[in-house]
Design a protein around this ligand. Structure first.
Ligand code: N6E
Length: 170
């Protein structure tokens, strides 16, 4: 058994718009997403989310609201990705493009789902409506979802986080 890969994903939004970043390199390259990355040793998840948001967008958020937990399984990979999703509606600083991300505001009614991870269209409505959620997605390759479940939850602190793939890796 291997420990989950811990990741963060943060969204800056107003009632009408959301800031997304175009991933220029690395995992998820060529797709629009929130800002995030790996939680480093000695960091809290919340601290990592703020750091990644700053590094990738130039923005500083004093408060991030935890809104979801996403699990990603890639068929054949024994390590699960455990993604902690946050939102904020108050920030400081200037939007800045980095080597990794090109930030851009999108109206909520024209989010570019076709140019995003295929799971996003499932859970974005929960995130946009501030409804806490838990999701589990099994991918075959980088596009095809072969299993998913998505639940609204009352208390994210009570979610039982799986530590291994649903299907044993043969
Ligand atoms: C499978 N379906 C998915 N749907 C939506 N979002 C997904 C995702 N899978 C990963 N993510 C997010 O993508 C970022 C990876 O970023 P990140 O760790 O920076 O990747 P990368 O390999 O480039 O790391 P380094 O920058 O080298 O540390 C990180 O926010 C993570 O939450």
């Amino acid at each position: 058994m291997v420990a989950n890969k811990l990741l963060t994903l943060a969204f800056v939004k107003t009632p009408t718009n959301i800031l997304l970043g175009y991933k220029k390199r690395g995992f998820g390259m060529g797709r629009w997403n929130g800002f995030g990355g790996k939680v480093e040793v000695g960091e809290t998840i919340d601290g990592a989310a703020k750091r990644e948001l700053m590094e990738e967008s130039g923005l500083v958020a004093n408060t991030l609201h935890k809104i979801g937990i996403l699990m990603f399984e890639f068929v054949g990979d024994p390590q699960l990705m455990e993604v902690h999703v946050f939102t904020t509606n108050e920030w400081k600083g200037t939007i800045t493009e980095s080597d990794e991300m090109r930030p851009e505001w999108f109206p909520i009614e024209s989010i570019p789902y076709k140019k995003m991870w295929t799971d996003d269209q499932f859970w974005f409505p929960y995130m946009l409506n501030a409804r806490p959620f838990y999701g589990y997605f099994t991918f075959e390759g980088m596009h095809k979802i072969v299993y998913h479940r998505l639940d609204s939850v009352n208390d994210l602190g009570l979610v039982e986080i799986p530590q291994q793939p649903r299907q044993p890796v043969i």
